[in-house]
Write a protein that binds this ligand. Structure first.
Ligand code: AMP
Ligand code: MG
Length: 260
């Protein structure tokens, strides 16, 4: 699942189950989320390092589902979700990282980007919103930007939720058909769907060029929500476990202090 230098997206089955069982996976998800919440509690208390989770996917790929179903167990005081939609005028008037940088997580917190600076080498490339001479240089800018964050105490995890073309079709159709979900649907989603092969190629290139030891990409199977949720929870729990946050010592000795 972790991308390392080479990548053929065809090797990653969006319907993979890793031999997991659905009912058990739901229980395991609850366990992973509980452990994640405990690690987050200590990360927050430690207040010296942060975590940045980058969520990328095609439309209906499950980004909102991950927020609702995996990150739901965390303490909202220590999590900030930032969605990145179409850039505003003041964003376009500056370098592409300007609007991103101000939302990186503070020490002790987990920041989640729902879309991210990666759109500037994905949609921008596929829809030709900037010339190749501009977006090509961005891979190096992104690597350097992420290395800066890592060097200053942020652990970065990048997740590509990999849905199949057919699953996306069904989910988009469900959105059209369901009064509850119709608000999520834009006709523009169909234009993006027409560009599926171009997006796949752009995603592949992007992950190969920007998956580093310090800021890896993970390809998460997206067609089965229960697999996706458990996989994401495990990646995040594992990442925080490796960070091994510690409760800070008291600032001054509290021996014998009695609260009256
Ligand atoms: P959603 O995530 O469904 O709210 O949609 C957000 C939209 O914003 C998507 O269609 C993205 O392609 C678009 N978007 C995000 N970042 C950029 C960017 N840097 N340039 C152009 N479009 C973007
Ligand atoms: Mg959308």
């Amino acid at each position: 699942m972790r991308v390392s230098g080479r990548l053929d997206l065809d090797d990653h089955d969006p319907g993979a189950t890793f031999g997991w069982e659905k009912e058990l996976a739901k229980e395991q998800l609850a366990g992973e989320v509980a452990e994640l919440a405990e690690l987050q509690r200590v990360l927050f208390a430690e207040a010296r390092r942060s975590v940045l989770v980058v969520l990328q996917a095609m439309d209906a790929g499950g980004k909102d589902g991950v927020l609702r179903e995996v990150l739901v167990g965390l303490n909202p005081a220590g999590v900030r979700v930032t969605p990145f939609g179409v850039p505003a005028e003041q964003d376009l008037a500056r370098d592409f990282l300007w609007r991103i940088h101000q939302h990186v997580p503070a020490d002790g917190t987990i920041g989640v980007f729902n879309r991210s600076h990666y759109e500037d080498v994905l949609v921008v490339r596929v829809k030709e919103l900037a010339p190749p001479a501009v977006w090509r240089k961005r891979f190096a800018h992104i690597r350097n930007f992420e290395q800066l964050l890592v060097d200053e105490g942020t652990t970065i995890v990048k997740l590509f939720l990999n849905v199949s073309n057919e699953e996306q079709r069904e989910r988009l159709q469900d959105r059209v058909d369901s009064p509850e979900e119709r608000w999520k649907f834009r006709l523009g989603d169909l234009d993006d769907r027409q560009l599926w092969p171009e997006y796949r190629k752009a995603y592949r290139d992007t992950m190969v060029r920007t998956s580093t030891a310090d800021a890896p990409w993970y390809v998460v199977p997206g067609d089965r929500k229960w697999v996706r949720n458990l996989a994401v929870a495990r990646i995040l729990r594992h990442t925080l476990a490796i960070m091994d946050p510690q409760l800070p010592p008291p600032a001054e000795s509290l021996d014998g202090v009695v609260v009256r």
